[in-house]
Design a protein around this ligand. Structure first.
Ligand code: ZN
Length: 189
């Protein structure tokens, strides 16, 4: 996975492309699937892969969506308000549950698993119908072919490539939002 927070740019850029999308909901959605990773890794290693339910379309658009809506409404405003000294009332207003807020949560979730798909060597996108290990990400295949190596090395290269690219974009986003930075980055104003 790209380091979970490196998913930030996708939510941010989506909110710039369509102004009706809600930044906070996109951001929470774009990190939410990875909460299953430590849980599956710690308690279910050897039983199931560490990316599964929340990285599948069916799981993310049901359980993931419910979690994302709840976290966006109840946790995002006080937490981000406290950490970045942003007006909590403004955050609460931005995090109200509306059709566009729910759509933004769903879009953030799908963006996350879509980005993961590109550079993961197994993908539970269509779990439980299609075996995750049959779905190799296109970047993994590309780098494995380019360097004439196996998919695990292809995955390491694809993962490094994705992380570095996203880190550069993240720095660029932080840099161009000099004025009123935290409001722009977390509230979207
Ligand atoms: Zn992920």
């Amino acid at each position: 996975m790209p380091f979970t927070l490196f998913h930030y740019p996708f939510g941010y850029l989506a909110s710039k492309i369509d102004k009706r999308l809600i930044l906070s909901a996109l951001l929470v959605g774009s990190v939410m699937p990875d909460i299953e990773v430590p849980i599956l890794f710690l308690f279910f290693t050897g039983v199931v892969p560490d990316h599964l339910i929340l990285h599948s379309l069916i799981g993310t658009l049901t359980i993931g969506l419910l979690l994302t809506v709840a976290v966006t409404k109840f946790i995002y405003p006080p937490l981000i308000g406290f950490l970045f000294k942003i007006d909590i009332e403004k955050l609460k207003e931005a995090c109200r549950v509306t059709p566009w807020m729910i759509l933004s949560c769903a879009f953030g979730l799908v963006l996350h698993i879509g980005v993961d798909y590109l550079h993961h060597w197994f993908n539970p996108l269509f779990w439980p119908w299609i075996d995750p290990f049959l779905l190799v990400g296109p970047l993994v295949s590309f780098f494995a072919t380019l360097f004439a190596t196996d998919i695990h090395t292809g995955f390491s290269i694809a993962n490094g490539f994705t992380n570095i690219t996203l880190l550069i974009v993240l720095f660029w986003i932080i840099r161009v939002n000099k004025e009123d930075r935290w409001n722009r980055l977390w509230l979207g104003t």
